[in-house]
Design a protein around this ligand. Structure first.
Ligand code: G3H
Length: 540
């Protein structure tokens, strides 16, 4: 069977979708605002799955339901609810003890776990992520919440004592920042949204959150859990077109933190809309074009395997994906042969199929975009070296290995975010290093080789270009306790289980000169448990 035939026959008929994986339509006619799930009677947008069913004219995208297309009015209402709940730091939530906030979060995660099956199914249908990876995304998020709670307990324990320095008694803790606007990306619509949302809430901030363009409905099963687990106004949701509802929110100047994972172009627009940018803290996960550098002495089997996973997990739709491979000329033939053979072994199909690796892409414009950049590479002298590479059928695109790529090609600099693997040969390691130095992106890099004399100096150059250098392995975010950030256009602020608690808070202290009167006053406050901040209570 040719690749084109495989692509065409990959889409099932309605009857062929296994009963346990059939999607039940979700018509979302409500949203969470100020502790209430409010009815929405305005216009809604249909959600179409990247998964299509075989039809006369080819695969037809399955309609999964719809969600509210809100206007500026409701967006501003949500913002006002968050601002009122924060009440300039005097609200119930920002003044609650850490222990009490943790109890609310534990209630939420308990309720969230009950919705696992619904959320996982929607994840799979909305963005085409395999069933296995959709489950992993859900479980990783639950684990992230548990780890964040543990990290916060530790943080709080470490600040439960007073210090006396140069005649000043002080207690230093972390305090919230205000209203956080959270927006995650479509490739990890649950996990990456929650990696900012959860620490933001836990630190005492209040939140407005907008799900990404794809991966909206999967948040609906969690609305009741948000409503019932937190005081009113702490979590508010908005839906609709970013350009219509986010701009007005930013222009009010009421957003204290922008937590955004997406493109640097959009991040720049949003930041500039804020009337007092110096008051706005930005926590951003942005563009990336992570490179792999395969040295002459690399274990080629291992390098090809890691590059395959690095470039094609979730069809290359990861910010951490390997998006260009530099391969030393002495090993290029062997490397390319192994890479192409490995691609031939990848299973293509629908997300519920066991071990499936190539699945439908959610963005309708992605297959034509990928065809465009492949055509551009061909125009400048590259070839698609694997059979069927770049072929598309409906929302499926068969991975393409493009070789040899050079600086004239769009694939040299554009983040393809899809199943296209550009490979550039090199003779001198200075060539890929120059690429990394001159790149606008600075997230991660992978180096494959065995000679410590060659690798060590590369590490010293690369750690000043990117924020993580992976030796003999693909790029990745995890484990989530590791810092996740980037330089240049790739990120602002650092996320990890413990760093996220820091970025959504500020250090604040209570200090007093060491006089008898002050000692008496502080002792009285502590013994009488009269303040939530000035307190030596220890969370057990
Ligand atoms: O899309 C970017 C994600 O943060 C990548 O996470 O490396 O665990 O897939 P991952």
């Amino acid at each position: 069977m040719t690749i084109e035939e495989k692509l065409a026959s990959a889409f099932p008929s309605a009857e062929e979708v296994p009963a346990e994986f059939r999607a039940a339509a979700v018509e979302q006619k409500d949203y969470l605002i100020n502790g209430r799930i409010k009815a929405w009677t305005g216009p809604r947008r249909d959600v179409l799955s990247p998964v299509g069913l075989r039809g006369k004219k080819g695969p037809e995208r399955v309609r999964l339901g719809s969600y509210p297309l809100m206007t500026q009015k409701e967006a501003l209402e949500a913002l006002d609810a968050a601002a009122a709940a924060y009440d300039e730091g005097r609200g119930l939530w920002p003044t609650l003890s850490v222990e009490a906030r943790i109890a609310h979060m534990e209630e939420f995660v308990w309720r969230m776990k009950e919705k696992r099956a619904e959320v996982v199914s929607l994840l799979m249908w909305e963005i085409g992520k395999s069933y296995e990876d959709s489950r992993k995304e859900f479980d990783r998020t639950v684990e992230y919440i548990a780890d964040t709670i543990a990290a916060l307990k530790e943080l709080d324990r470490n600040s439960s004592r007073l210090s006396v320095t140069q005649g000043i008694i002080a207690q230093i803790k972390r305090a919230p920042l205000g209203v956080v606007l959270c927006m995650g990306p479509y490739n990890y619509p649950l996990n990456e949204t929650f990696t900012t949302l959860i620490p933001a809430i836990l630190m005492g901030n209040t939140v407005v959150f907008k799900p990404p363009k794809y991966g909206v409905l999967l948040h609906r099963p969690l609305l009741e859990a948000f409503r019932d687990s937190f005081p009113r106004g702490v979590v508010n949701t908005i839906y609709g077109e970013g350009s219509k509802i986010i701009g007005p929110i930013m222009k009010t100047g009421k957003v204290n933190v922008l937590a955004f994972i997406g493109s640097s172009r959009v991040a720049d627009i949003l930041r500039q809309q804020h009337p007092a940018p110096h008051r706005l803290r930005c926590v951003l996960g942005l563009d990336a074009k992570n490179a792999a550098i395969v040295l002459p002495d690399a274990d080629v089997d291992l390098a090809a395997g890691e590059c395959l996973t690095g470039a094609l997990s979730f069809n290359g739709q990861r910010c951490t994906a390997l998006k260009i491979l530099f391969v030393h000329r002495s090993v290029q033939s062997e490397f390319l042969e192994k890479l192409v053979t490995a691609i031939e072994g990848l299973k293509l199909g629908m997300p519920w199929e066991p071990k499936v690796r190539i699945t439908p892409l959610p963005e309708e414009e992605k297959p034509p975009y990928l065809a465009e950049v492949i055509a551009d590479a061909k125009k400048h002298g590259a070839k698609v070296i694997n059979e069927g590479g770049g072929a598309s059928g409906g929302s499926l695109v068969y991975p393409a290995v493009i070789y040899p790529v050079n600086a004239k090609m769009r694939l040299w600099r554009e983040e393809q975010f899809g199943p296209v693997i550009p490979v550039a040969p090199f003779s001198d390691v200075k060539e890929p290093l120059k690429y990394v130095v001159e790149s606008n992106f600075g997230q991660q890099v992978s180096v494959f080789g065995r000679d410590m004399e060659k690798i060590a100096p590369m590490l010293d150059t690369l750690v000043n270009q990117v924020s993580r250098v992976n030796i003999n392995s693909q790029c990745q975010r995890g484990p989530d306790v590791f810092p996740f950030t980037g330089r240049k256009d790739s990120a602002e602020g650092t996320l990890s289980v413990s760093d996220a608690l820091r970025v959504f808070s500020i250090r604040a202290l209570v200090a007093a000169k060491e006089s008898d009167a002050n000692r008496k006053l502080i002792r009285g406050i502590l013994r009488g448990r009269k303040s939530r901040f000035l307190s030596t209570d220890f969370i057990l």
